[in-house]
Structures are given as structure tokens and as C-alpha cells.
Design a protein around this ligand. Structure first.
Ligand code: PSU
Ligand code: MN
Length: 304
């Protein structure tokens, strides 16, 4: 194991025995949801992964190490830390490690930790992508570059319409990232199941996904695969209503001149306010669903 990594004994044992492990991110806990729902969700995700037969490994930075798997005390530190917890993407990891900061990992940074630890499957809610107006702001999430270079399968529910979905898919195509739909031909739009945009390929079971991952990596095509898993129908929100909420949230962020890494957390909090909490409930349901599917993919990979 890499000296900067600190896995829990349970995760280290599972990896050594080639048992299925699922990486989970921590920015969604610290910056994506309010306390105490964030802590409840972090625990629920770990329980979903276990119920589906895999070992959860939530990733974060603490005391100069990348922790691979967190105990309950560590989850609580992240969930209650508020602004003391940094949001860490690729560029932030060196400073956070060297200064022994407390930090939550984004999709990009979680992929880096998972890859170093040898965990090929990771579940999150939504990835970062190309922001609306990126043609002038240049705001494109580092998550996309990470998907291009780091060999981890990221299970998500698509991307939020706070992003420009067609441009996000264009960048993923350019950077060579396969986008697979799990039981769907369409790229899901996070709170709703449909975006009108096609995925590259539809997979109807986890074995097909594992076969594609193996083929990619056996070819020496380093980099990630995005598995887009739509929110369950009962939990989905009305797409038109969410579009209106997103427009309002974007206007709010613009009037307050929010920029850079603060934009996504700010928009998520605004959406929760505008929808009276319904966006949060949907968010929790879709991440749990992703954790379950990721455990299945991890098991299929470990079996092959
Ligand atoms: N999208 C969500 N919820 C989230 C995030 C994105 O629906 O919590 C978080 C993830 O950690 C993602 C990060 O990696 O925001 C992207 O931030 P940025 O756009 O600053 O790269
Ligand atoms: Mn950004």
C-alpha cells in the first residue's frame, strides 16, 4: 500500500483477498448536504454497499494521509466540520497532505485515492462537468480530466442540470471516456431519468459493465468509465420544475458573485431551499441506488 494511504484493516484485508470494495466520496458529505442528513446518508451508503455484498471505503484526507475507509468518528468529523473541511480536487491534494488539513475529496480526488489503493469501482451522486456559460467562465470541473486519465469506474446518476449536459458529454467523448447507461439508452439528468441525450452504450446488467471495464484496461486504455444509473422512478422529480429551480439557483449564485469551487455547493444548497427539501430527498435516494449498483459491479469484477 502506498505510504500516504491509510486504509482501515477491513478494507486492506478485503483488497488483499480480492473481495469487492466500493469507494465513496466525501465532498457530498461535507459540502453537498446539510447536517445531520449528510451523516445519516454517509452511514446509509456504507450499509447499502455492505447489504449488496461489498466493503465500503469512504475516502477523505486527515492528518497528512488519504484515508481509505473511515470509522464513524471520522465520518462525524467530516459531517459536522462545516467550513473547516476543505473541498479537495486533484490540485488541492498536495497542499492538504503536506499541511495535514482536514479535507473531503471530490469525484476527481476520490478517484485518485481509489486508484492508488487498487479499488476500481466508485459510487457518487453526480459528477462535476462543464458549467453553463463555460465558453466565457472556463469553468469545467477537474472531474472530467480525471475520468480521462484515472482507471476507475464511476457510478453516478448523470449530471445535474446546473451543468451544460451536451457540452459535458462532448468533453467526455473527446477525452475518450466511455459513457454507459445502466438499463437506459439516455444519459440521466440526476433528479430526472431522462435528458434526451444518448449514452454510448446501454448495459442491462453488471456482468456487461465488468466485461467493458476489463476490455478497456486490458487494451492499455488508461482512464475511467462513467456508468450512468438513473434515479429510481419513484424518487424522480419533475424535470420542468427542476429546470425552473436551477434557473433560480443560478441567478442567485450570479447575483452573489460566487465563483470557482464554491459554485457547486452553493447551487446545491440553493436548490434545496427552492424545492423545500425535495432535491435533497431525491439526492439521497439516487446515491443509495448508485452504491447498490456499484457493489454489484465490484462483485462482478472481482469474480472475473
Ligand atoms: N454534483 C452533485 N453533488 C456534489 C458534487 C457534484 O450533484 O456533491 C460535488 C462532487 O464532489 C463533485 C464536485 O466531484 O462537487 C465537483 O465540484 P467542481 O464542479 O468544483 O469540480
Ligand atoms: Mn469549477
Amino acid at each position: 500500500m502506498h505510504p500516504i494511504l491509510l486504509p482501515t484493516p477491513e478494507v486492506a484485508d478485503a483488497l488483499a483477498a480480492n473481495r469487492p470494495v466500493v469507494a465513496l466520496e466525501s465532498t457530498v458529505i461535507s459540502h453537498g448536504m446539510p447536517y445531520p442528513r449528510n451523516l445519516e446518508t454517509a452511514r446509509a451508503l456504507e450499509a447499502e454497499v455492505r447489504a449488496a455484498g461489498a466493503i465500503p471505503a469512504t475516502i477523505a484526507v486527515m492528518d497528512g494521509r488519504i484515508r481509505i475507509g473511515l470509522d464513524d468518528e471520522a465520518l462525524e468529523r467530516l459531517a459536522t466540520g462545516g467550513h473547516a473541511v476543505r473541498k479537495l480536487s486533484r490540485r488541492d491534494l498536495p497542499v492538504a497532505i503536506a499541511t495535514r488539513a482536514l479535507g473531503a475529496t471530490t469525484v476527481a480526488a476520490t478517484m485518485i485515492g481509489a486508484r492508488l489503493a487498487g479499488i476500481p469501482v466508485f459510487a457518487t451522486g453526480g459528477i462535476g462537468g462543464v458549467h453553463r456559460g463555460a465558453e466565457t467562465s472556463f469553468d469545467i470541473s477537474a472531474d472530467l480530466d480525471e475520468l480521462a486519465r484515472t482507471s476507475v469506474c464511476v457510478v453516478c446518476a448523470g449530471a445535474k442540470s446546473i451543468l451544460d449536459l451536451p457540452k459535458t458529454l462532448e468533453v467526455l467523448e473527446t477525452r475518450g471516456v466511455p459513457v454507459l447507461g445502466f438499463g437506459t439508452d439516455e444519459f440521466p439528468a440526476f433528479y430526472s431519468r431522462r435528458s434526451g441525450l444518448p449514452v454510448d452504450h446501454r448495459c442491462d446488467n453488471v456482468t456487461e459493465v465488468a466485461d467493458i471495464l476489463r476490455a478497456k484496461w486490458q487494451l492499455g486504455l488508461d482512464g475511467g468509465v462513467l456508468l450512468a444509473n438513473p434515479i429510481p422512478p419513484v424518487d424522480a422529480l419533475d424535470a420542468d420544475a427542476m429546470e425552473a429551480a436551477v434557473t433560480e439557483a443560478l441567478a442567485d449564485a450570479e447575483s452573489k458573485e460566487i465563483k470557482g469551487k464554491d459554485i457547486t455547493p452553493h447551487l446545491l444548497a440553493a436548490l434545496e431551499r427552492i424545492t423545500g427539501g425535495r432535491s435533497l430527498t431525491a439526492n439521497i435516494a439516487l446515491i443509495r441506488n448508485n452504491a447498490r449498483v456499484a457493489a454489484g459491479v465490484a462483485a462482478a469484477l472481482a469474480a472475473g
